[in-house]
Structure formats: C-alpha cells, structure tokens
Design a protein. Structure first.
Lengths: 766, 333
C-alpha cells in the first residue's frame, strides 16, 4: 500500500461522497477542471497534443454541460490576443497549447503578465520544430521561463486536474495577479488514461476559488482607464520590479493554497516533492511523468541497498530554490535530467537553475551531473532511470564527475550505412512530354491550355512517389498528383505543416522525387518567396544557368491558410513568381478534425460538435479564392479532382502565369473520408456534389476577369445542399427538420455568393 | 458495477499484468485498449493505465495500444510502452511482415492473431518462439457482422486472458457506443461473442524452432555520426519501397486487362499512385500508353479506382478470396 493520508485511503475505498472515481487522461482532466470552473472564455488554436482539451470542452458544451465560450483563433498568436482582450474585460480565461503554438503566442505572454491580467494556460509539453516532431519533451515549456508567468507542473492526469484548479486561485490572488501555466507531458500524461478522482459537485470548486475580483476592467464605463501605455526608462523597471515582487508573493502563497486544497481533496502537493531523499547519496532531479518512472526505480535500487532518491518540483516559476537546496543538502551527487537542451549552456535549463540554486548554499557540496534525455518523445524506460542513478552513484562514490554534461539515449549510427538512391533525378526532358500546349491569345489576353489527355499524361513522371502514409481514399494526393500532371519541367515544392506533409516525409523516408521543403504553416508562403528570389538573384549573378527554369509550388491545407494567411497575402502583394495550391478539406484534419475557417456553417467537427445545444460550426466558410483575387494577382482558380481535365488545364495555365507574370493561387476541394465520414471510394462523388450545389463553384480569375468554368444550372446538374450533405457523416444531422434553419441560412449564403460570382462572370469590370 | 473477485493470473516485477496490441490505424486498437482498460478499472476494480503509441501516422499505419492492470492499491508509475507483454494481440497479420510484433513474447505469454490460419500455420508465419497462440478470424467476423475487427479481438482477448469478465467488457462496449451509435451496440456485442467463442488455441513450448525475440531499442542505423545535418533526407522517393498492404481492411481492386481500355481515369483518382503504365500500341497500331498492373504493395484498398472505372476492368474483391498470383502479378486476364 502506498497511500499517503487517511483521507486518501478513504477516497480510494469510495468512502467519500464528494469525489467521483473515473478513468481519464490528462487532457480530459484539464477539460473537466475548466468545465467545472466554468471559465467565461477559452481562446484557442488546435495543436497536438493539447488540442483535445478544446475538443472535450466543445463536446461538453454541445451537451450543455458548461458555459465556456470557445473561440477559435486564427493561430496561437491570435488566440493569445483573444485571451488577453478577454481578461481585460473582466472574466475568467483559459487556453491550452503546445510547442510551436506556445512559441507563436509567446510575444503576447509578457504582455499578459506585464499588464497583470491573470488567466490559466495549459502547456501540453511537446518538442519544438524543426525537424517537426509532435511528441513530448520540455523544449517548449523551458522557453516560457522568462515570460513572467507562474509555471506549475503536473506529472499525471490527477495532478492536471488539481493544478488547474489551484492555478486559477494562485493567478487571481490579490498579492499575485499573474497569469499561470500548468505544464504536463504531451502524450505521456495528456493521452494516458489513469484512475483519477474529481469533485462530484462543481460547487466545491467554485467555493474553493471564490468569486473573481475584477481589476482594471476594459468595459467598465464608469471607470475609464488606459491599459498598456507607452512607458519609458524611469518607469518600466519599476513595473518589472512589481512583477518580481508578485513572484516573491507567489513563492509564499503557493504552499498555502496547496495546503488548503489538500484539506479539501486529500491530495497533498509540495513545491518540491522528495522521494526517499533523507539519506540519499545520489539524487535524481527530474520533471513530470519521468519522475514517476524514477520513483519506481528508486524502490528497486533501495532493495539492493543503494541510497538513492528523487526530487521533482511542482512549480518552476517561481523557482523553489530553498526547497531544492534543502532536498539535496546531504546528497553527494545530483543528476539533473533535462528533457531539452539549452544548446551551448552545458545543460538544460533545470541544470543551470539547480546549479545556481545550490551555489547559494555554502553548506552544499553536491556534485552535479547534467544529462539530456527523452527528446522528441523518446520513451523513458526504467532502465534509463537506472542508468542515471548509476552515473550519480559513481560520482558519489568517486567524489568526482567524469562527464559533467552528456546526452543519454542517443545513437551513433552504423558507419557502413548509406542512403541508397532509389531513382535518378527527374530530368527536364522526361518531365516535359509536350502533351499540353499552352499559349496566350493576343486579342483576349487570356492564356489557354490544350491537349489534356489523361492516358498520355501517365507519361509524366510522378513528382510524388507511392508509399506515403495518407489514409485510404485521401483526396490530397489525387488532387496534387493530377495538378502536377499539368506542370512540365523542374519543380520545387514547399508544403505547409498538415496531413499531406506528415504522411510523405516520415524520417528517414520521403515520398518526394523532387526537392521539397517543409516550413511551419504560419510561414510557408514567405519561405517560398525567399527561395524564389534567391534562385532569381543567383541566376542574375550567373551562379545558376539563366536558361534553367524551376516551377515553385507551395502546397497548403485550409488550416495553413488560416494561421498562415498573413504571410500568404504578403506573398500575393509582392507578386512572386510561384504557385500557391490550397487543398481545402474544410478542417484541421492533421490534428484530428477541428473546425477551420473554411468549415461550412453547421458542419460537425471535433470543435463544433452536435448535441443538445451544439449545432455545428457557427459561422460561414472563408472564401480564400476571393481573398487572393482581391490581391489582384495575375491568376486565381478553383478546381476539383472529379473534373480533372479542368484541373490539369488550370495547372498548365498556372505554370504559364507563374513563369511570366507572378503569383498564382489555386484552391482545390479535397475529400477527407476519415473526417467527412464517407466511404473511402466516394471522394470524387462527394466533391462533385459540393460543386453541383454551388457551394464550390469552379472558376478562374485572369487579370481580374472572372470566368465560371462550369455552371451546374446550365448543365442541369444543380442539386440542393442536402444532396451534398446526405453523402457525409459530418453533415447527416443537417437533414433533420430541426436543422432546417441552418440549412436555409447556408443555402442563402451560398446562393448570394454564387449570384455575385455570376455577375462577375458576366461583367468583366466586376 | 464491480464484478468478480480481483485477481490477476500473473504480474511482473512492478505488479502489472501487461497487454500490448499491435495494429493498423483504423482497425480500432486505440478504442479497444480504452474499452479494455475502462472495463478492468471501472467495472472490475483493478487499477491500471492505457495509452497508445502516437506519431504523425494516419489511418492505415502501424499503431500500438497498451493496457496495464494492477491491484487496486498499487500506484501506476510507469509511462513507457509494454516491452514484455503477458498478452499480445495482433490485429492484422500482415504487420508481422514489416514490424517486430512478437518482441518480448515469452514461453508463458498469450498471443492472439487475427488470421484465417490455424495455430500451427500461424506460429510458422509469426516465427513465434513459444507461448499460447490463439487464432481468430476477426476480419471475417467483422465483414460478416458489418462491424470492425477490434470488437471481435476484444472477445478473443477476454477469453484468452482467463481473468477478464465478459460482462464487464460488454457493458463498456455498450457504454462507449452510447446513444450516439446505439444501433451499433447489438452487432458489436454479437461480434464480441463470436470473437470470444470462435478462437482456436494451441500451446507451443520453447522447442528451439524459433528464437526468442527480445525487446530492443537500438536498431537505428542512422545516428549522430551519420545523420545528414539538419535532418535532410538525401534519397528522393524512398517511400516507394514501403509495403502498405497491411493498410487494407479486407478489400482489394482487381484489374482485368481484357476489359481495360487504358483510359487513364484510374490513374487520376488513385491516392496511392499504384498504377504502372508502359508505352505500347493501340488496336490500330498507334503508339499509346497501356495500363500494365497494380502494385499491391502500395495499395491501401480504398477502391476509388473501382468507383471510377467505366469498363468493369477494375472490380472489388475480398482480399482473402483473391488468388495470390493475381496480387503478385498485379492484374488478371
């Protein structure tokens, strides 16, 4: 039995009536805590592995289980802005993010703390790019050490719940008033289900937290204030001193809040947890989920007579230096295990901070070893912990540290290994079969592409190889593959983060037969702009043959055009010679089907659930083709794979425009059998139905002149929206009578946009 | 509901009974692990944990799910994957071709394989060191009951485990399907029962026929001495060598070259670029492109090509009924 308090034991035996025993993951516990607190607003942007928090909250919201208003940002930076604004307006605010999401929002974090608006952010720790990796380490959270936020750590799903409740109490404490991060390990904690307990009655939580005390409210008309002034050097340093004073206050108050919570819940936390450290000669300092594994190993080694112990903090801002000094005072050696590196700092951030803390204790003579482990979510096994203890024990026995700083769990590699080439580079000649003829009509100024014969075009070498890991029936690859049949010669591609990118380039394999670049989906268009301009400049300088020609194609999902819209528009304004191809599958499918701005009204996603209250997505779909048309770039088109000749024709035109005039934007509707929930074989039928109900009109805009390429009304193919909706699981609910208003509203908007497009088609000036 | 007496048949050094499921995304191993763990913890009263291996993979790629059970008063402190399972369930036999699924299987382990093979054939197929091997044709059951293989495998796991309570599992299956998919409860319970009853088992002693496969983490050939800087991949198009046949869920397209007109539409719709073309001549002797074959290694069985084919040259078939030579050749005539 490892039960720590009597109360805990009673709870375990089900003798308490105020807590429910359940089996839940860390993300579920974060969502349950947020729902019980009933935050006013959650501004969020989906990123693995934190996304589930918003998903669970949305699911509960759809069933009327809480009132938290969930606002999807245009990216994490936008989400942080939503949160900031909401906190100034006097309510309780919540958010969850990971890795790049934390970094992308980071500019906002010191604003939140420096202007002293409390809120709670869950950081579900994940590796920072690049190369891209979605699994758990601490490279993200350590970036937040200097943001002025309090940082609590939760090592398991139970702690995620407990810390989330205490976090808000700490944040709102009158002497603190700082935003608080609760950090827990991506996947290890976020997705692992454990037996947990939570208060059966959310009233207990409300009573513990008390009422919010609003300060500096932006919507109090009787008390006009200025939030966020310009502040020069006489004053700014004093604002920072106040933040430091708030951290000092937090350092004193956090233990008291921990104690109050223990009295209520039976679960006791300390700022620094110690496990068998009293007589330990070798101590392992380690964070979060790995600390549990380390405790398991301590018991094993203790049985062998080794004096080892574990220290793990539950808070790292404010840094519990006194408690750490106390915990390791008698240790001969301390190994600090960091799940990230401060490259060139000779240790991860915890190494550096633990060393600094111990320096202040003249009594302390512990030897310190630093080991980097578990990066990119590399699993932490008991053997790894055992190795760490052995290293610390060696140092303790020998009285010196052989290797102060190193990585464990790395692989040197087999020197005889070489990457085998599977094919020769695609030549310009073989990729220029000359089947399609592109020419410009000098009278109309329009470009035309002729000779699209799909059987002959099978001679076009595939720029993307088989063997990618997309779902069966995925629409991305028919779309992009067919598009590329219309592009002759050398191609360099950049793909935004998304399904298409992750399934093609799982290291050490790639599906690209041509050169491919990935950049994070805030920034792909800007990145490819840089590539294009460097290529041209090197051609101008004679470093690359002037007659060589590469077609640059950027591929993005609709998600990449939400978060990455700004840089994409910037690319349009600068009119670089390249193509942006958007595969729109109406959602963030790579992270598990969250709504995007392209998701149509009423459609169900994992963040627009259907339930007692939930009615699917609440606002209309974004029209990215019209956005780019408004940038007055030379060529804009829409296409679908079911009308593949039209798609190939537009690809060939796109290449002509990118070569001769500048930026091309193309949007293809891309079926997602997994999340649209239709049979794997029916992708083409489903996207064609979207065209035939006028939701996704096929048209092109050349030099501002709009041409509709296919008019379902003229062809007698026009179907009602329900004719499309009935084909997909995500829209089945819309066929029910109670959703008629939403369908009507959807059709009104689709009709309005279609009529407008028709007018543009008829009038060259529009 | 708390059912049965709480007793695990065997536990490891840390007090756990450990289960590993080797599967393909889309077959429902993640959900099976969840149902199994919830049934054990919430319905039977064990303590435990459950998680799956995650990566960037999509439906159709290798996924592993893990369940640990222990006595109710033991704290779960292990987060790492199960390396020496007491019970291993393999959701798709083709996985054994591409992944070391039997790592850590010992003489007293239980192994469940979704297969049409008998236990002797299955042992040879898996090159199984030892253990009690249970064969269950979950794919057939799922196709017949219009459900997924995971529920049939849950039935098999329940029976093979010797300690899991079928009532506890069935209750949790029903709860997970809930109101949202109420119509699926009955076929799933039937699928569970069939999995429970239709398993065929045989015990194999460590007779030296196949060696023990230990768990290993150190198989990487590319390390910090030879990984190209910055994570660049220098061998373009290398994914072509991957075998994705385990992604298929029972159905494949078959190409009949006698009916094929080489119109090229299948090549447009195929997400996996499975069609191989060659230069040839048409009936009038004019040079043209001819569809040669399907590369089944790359085919995930989505059947988009069958949907688009106007000439019945591509038709869908249950994979286990298709002559193996057709899959090797890539066509029939």
């Amino acid at each position: 039995m490892r039960i720590e308090t009597d109360k805990e034991e009673k709870i375990l035996q089900g003798e308490t009536d105020n807590q429910t025993i359940d089996f839940r993951s860390g993300n579920e516990m974060s969502a349950i805590a947020a729902a019980q607190i009933n935050y006013h607003i959650m501004g969020y942007y989906p990123i693995t592995p934190s996304t589930e928090v918003a998903e669970y909250l949305d699911e509960m919201s759809a069933n009327g289980e809480h009132e938290v208003v969930l606002i999807p940002g245009d990216g994490e930076h936008g989400a942080a802005g939503i949160c900031y604004g909401a906190t100034t307006a006097g309510g309780r605010v919540f958010n969850a993010t990971s890795a790049q999401g934390l970094l992308y929002s980071m500019e906002q974090l010191p604003v939140q703390s420096g202007t002293r608006y409390p809120m709670v952010l869950n950081v579900v720790c994940r590796t920072i790019s690049g190369p891209l990796n979605i699994r758990g380490d601490h490279s993200d959270i350590m970036m937040a050490l200097n943001t002025g936020w309090i940082i609590l750590l939760a090592k398991d799903p139970q702690a995620v719940y407990d810390m989330n409740i205490m976090a808000l109490k700490i944040a709102e404490h009158n002497e603190i008033r700082l935003p608080v991060i609760v950090a827990y390990d991506g996947f290890f904690t976020s997705h692992q289900k454990r037996r947990i307990r939570y208060f059966s009655d959310k009233g207990v939580v409300h009573e513990f937290l008390g009422k919010i005390r609003i300060q500096n409210c932006s919507v109090d008309v009787n008390n006009p204030i200025t939030i966020g002034p310009y502040m020069n050097d006489p004053d700014l340093i004093n604002n920072k001193k106040q933040q430091s004073m708030a951290m000092e206050a937090a350092y004193k108050i956090i233990p008291q809040i921990y104690k109050d919570y223990a009295d209520l819940s039976g679960r006791r936390y300390s700022m620094v947890e110690r496990y068998m450290t009293e007589d330990a000669e070798a101590v392992l300092f380690i964070l979060n989920s790995a600390a549990d594994t380390a405790r398991e190993v301590v018991e094993k080694l203790r049985k062998r007579g080794e004096k080892v112990g574990v220290v793990y903090p539950t808070v790292i801002r404010p840094f519990p230096a006194n408690e750490i000094r106390e915990a390791v005072r008698n240790a001969k050696a301390v190994l600090v295990a960091d799940r990230q590196d401060s490259f060139g700092g000779w240790g991860g951030n915890m190494t550096i901070e633990v060393k600094a803390a111990l320096k202040d204790d003249p009594q302390n003579h512990s030897l310190i070893l630093s080991r980097i482990y578990g990066l990119g979510g590399k699993d932490f096994y008991a053997e790894d912990a055992e190795l760490m203890f052995e290293l610390a024990l060696d140092a303790a026995r020998n009285g010196r540290v052989e290797v102060p700083y190193d990585y464990i769990g790395v692989t040197p590699g087999d020197p005889s290994f070489t990457f085998e080439k599977v094919r020769a580079p695609i030549t310009e000649k073989e990729s220029s079969p000359g089947i399609i003829k592109v020419s410009r009509d000098e009278k109309t100024g329009k470009v035309e592409a002729k000779g699209i014969r799909q059987a002959e075009l099978t001679a076009m070498p595939r720029r993307i190889a088989p063997g990618h890991g997309a779902c069966p029936g995925c629409g991305i690859f028919p779309n992009v593959g067919t598009f590329l049949k219309g592009i002759e010669g050398y191609v360099v591609m950049l793909w935004h983060t998304g399904c298409g990118m992750v399934v093609t380039t799982g290291y050490p394999n790639t599906s690209f037969n041509i050169t491919y670049i990935h950049n994070l989906f805030q920034n792909g268009a800007a990145t490819l702009s840089g590539v294009v301009e460097m290529y041209k400049e090197r051609q101008r300088r004679g470093e690359i043959p002037k007659d060589q020609d590469i077609t640059f194609v950027m591929v993005t999902g609709d998600g990449g055009l939400d978060i990455g819209l700004g840089p994409a528009l910037g690319t349009a304004f600068r009119n670089h010679h390249m193509i942006i191809l958007e595969y729109d599958n109406e959602g963030y499918m790579n992270t598990g089907n969250q709504l995007s701005f392209s998701t149509p009204l009423g459609h169900a996603t994992s963040t627009s659930n259907i339930g007692k209250v939930g009615k699917g997505k609440r606002f209309h779909h974004k029209d990215s083709a019209q956005l780019f048309a408004a940038c007055h770039i030379p060529y804009v088109f829409t296409a679908v794979e079911s009308q593949y000749k039209d798609l190939i024709r537009k690809a060939a035109k796109a290449q002509w425009y990118a070569k001769h005039e500048g930026l091309v934007f193309g949007k293809v509707l891309s079926a997602c059998p997994l999340n649209w929930r239709h049979p794997d074989n029916l992708g083409q039928e489903v996207v064609q139905a979207a065209v035939d109900c006028n939701f996704f009109p096929l048209y092109e805009v050349e030099h501002g002149i709009t041409t509709i390429n296919y008019d379902p009304e003229e062809k007698n193919k026009k179907i009602p929206a329900t004719g499309w909706f009935k084909l997909m699981g995500k829209t089945k609910h819309l066929l029910k009578p109670e959703f008629k208003d939403i369908v009507d509203e959807f059709e009104r908007e689709v009709e309005r946009r279609w009529r407008r497009l028709k007018a543009m088609h008829e009038h060259p000036l529009l | 509901m708390i059912t049965n007496e709480l007793k695990l048949p065997v536990v490891n050094e840390s007090g756990f009974y450990e289960i590993r499921m080797e599967s393909i995304g889309g077959l429902g191993a993640n959900l099976a692990g969840k149902v199994l763990a919830e049934a054990g913890v919430l319905n039977m009263g064990f303590n435990g944990s459950n998680f799956s291996s995650y990566g960037s993979e999509k439906k159709g790629s290798h996924v592993r799910a893990f369940v640990r059970f222990c006595a109710p008063d033991i704290e779960v402190r292990v987060n790492s994957p199960v390396t020496e399972p007491h019970l291993l369930a393999i959701f798709h036999e083709n996985l054994a071709k591409s992944a070391p699924v039997t790592q850590g299987v010992k003489a007293d382990s239980i192994v469940i394989l979704n297969t049409s093979k008998n236990p002797d054939e299955a042992r040879d197929f898996l090159k199984l060191y030892a253990g009690t091997l249970y064969c269950i044709n979950a794919m057939k059951i799922a196709v017949e009951e219009k459900t997924r293989v995971n529920t049939a495998l849950l039935g098999a796991i329940c029976r093979a485990s010797g300690f899991l309570d079928p009532a506890a599992l069935k209750d949790m299956i029903a709860k997970n399907l809930g109101k949202k998919y109420a119509s699926l409860i009955e076929p799933n319970l039937k699928t569970f029962d069939r999995g429970y009853h239709e398993i065929v088992s045989k015990h194999f002693k460590p007779d030296g026929k196949y060696p023990y496969i230990p768990f290993t983490r150190n198989g990487q050939k590319i390390g910090y001495f030879n990984q190209p800087l910055g994570g660049v991949i220098p061998n373009a198009g290398s994914s072509i060598n991957k075998d994705l046949s385990a992604s298929r869920e029972g159905w494949i397209p078959v190409l009949d070259r006698n009916k094929c007109t080489s119109c090229g539409e299948c090549d447009i719709t195929c997400p996996d670029y499975c069609f191989v073309w060659e230069d040839g001549v048409d009936k009038k002797g004019k040079p043209t492109r001819i569809l040669e074959k399907i590369v089944y290694k790359s085919c995930k069985g989505c059947l988009r090509c069958v949907e688009i084919c106007k000439f019945d040259a591509l038709t869908s078939h249950k994979e286990f009924e298709v002559d193996k030579t057709i899959i090797e050749k890539g066509y029939t005539e």
